[in-house]
Design a protein around this ligand. Sequence first.
Ligand code: PEP
Ligand code: MN
Length: 372
Amino acid sequence: MHPVHVLLAEVADAKSLRKAAEVVRARAEEWGLRAQLPRGAGAAMDRTLVLSACEGETAVKVMRALSELSGVEATSHGREPLFWVNNPEATEESFTLGDAHFGKGNTSIVAGPCSVESFDQLLPFAQQLREAGATALRAGAYKPRTSPYHFPGLGEAGLEILAEVHRQTGLAIVTELLRPEDTERVALVAQMIQIGSRNMANTALLREAGQTGRPILLKRGMAATISEFLQAAEALADAGASHILLCERGLRHFDGETRNLLDLGSVPLLKTRTHLPVVVDPSHGLGRADLIAPMMAAAVAAGADGLLVEVHPQPSASVSDAAQALSLSEFAQAVHPLAPILKAVGRRLVTASSGISTPTAFSDDSSTHPRR
Ligand code: PEP
Ligand code: MN
C-alpha cells in the first residue's frame, strides 16, 4: 500500500492554498484517509498533501474525486509524489527525434564519440555511424571530468561543430548541459539535451533544462535509487519537459573489473513505475569496449527503448573514455544481431532507412500538453 499525493493548484497566497488543502482533507476523510497538510508557511509553503496509504482500487476512486476539485492540480499514488512522469497529458510515452523513435515497441540507437574533437573528424564519422545503424549523434562539448587536469571539452567551439554537423547531415544532436549559464546556447544546438549522471540531482540545472521545452536525456546518477531517478525526471517534467528519456548507465560498485555495475533490472523495473521511454548506456555502464556488444543485446532483450553507445573513429586515440569506445566496425557488428533479438521480443529496431514512425514527433508546439 502506498500513499496518495495531491498537488494543489498554484494560487496567489498561502491563505487560499491552506483553504484548498482543508477542502482536500475533508474529502479524503470521507474515504477514511487522513491528510498531512502542506508544510511551511507563506510563500515557502509546500503545494503537496500526503494522504494515508491505501489499496490501488481506493486510490483510483479518491484520485478521481479529488481531481475534480478546482484547488487540485494533480494526484498520484505511489511511494513518492510523481504527478507528471505517468501522465499522458504531461509527458510522452513515445516520441520521434529526427530519425529516432523511442518507445511503444521502437528501439533506436544514439551513438558518437565521448567528446567533440574536431569538425573534420566528426562530419564523416557521423555519416558512417548513421549507415551503421545510429539514428542520432551524441558527443559532448562540455565534459564533466573527474580530474581537473583532463580534457574538459571544446565548449562553445564544440557546439559550433555540432551545429554544422547537424546542418550537413540532418542527424539529431544530443549533447550535455553542464552549467545553467550554458542552457540557451546548448538548447540552440541540441535537439536533445543530456543531463549527466553527476547532475541528475542538480535541481537548479534540471529546472533550467526542463524550461527549454527541449527533449531531455536524463542519466541515472551513479549512486541513485530508482525513486531518486524518477523524482529527477519529475522535476524536469514539472519545469516543462514533456519528452524525457531515462538512461540507465550503471551504478558504483566494489569490483574494479568494470567501471560500473550495469543495472539492466532497472529497465523492466522503471517500466512498472513510469511510461517514459528507457534507454541503456552500456559504454559508461561497463567502461570496457570488449563487453559492450553483449550488453547492447541484453539491454534490448530487457525492453530498452534505445541504446546510447560511445563509438570513435580511432578508439585508442579518443581524448576521453578511450577504454570503452567501440570502433566503427565493432559498432556495426554489435548492431547486427539487434534486429532479430528485438523481433523475438515483439519490438523493432529503428534505423535511418527503416523509418516507420511512432505517434508523436517532438515539436516546439506544446499544445498537446494542456497543463502548460
Ligand atoms: C557521458 O555520457 O559522456 C558521461 C560523462 O556519462 P555519465 O554522465 O553517465 O558519467
Ligand atoms: Mn563518455
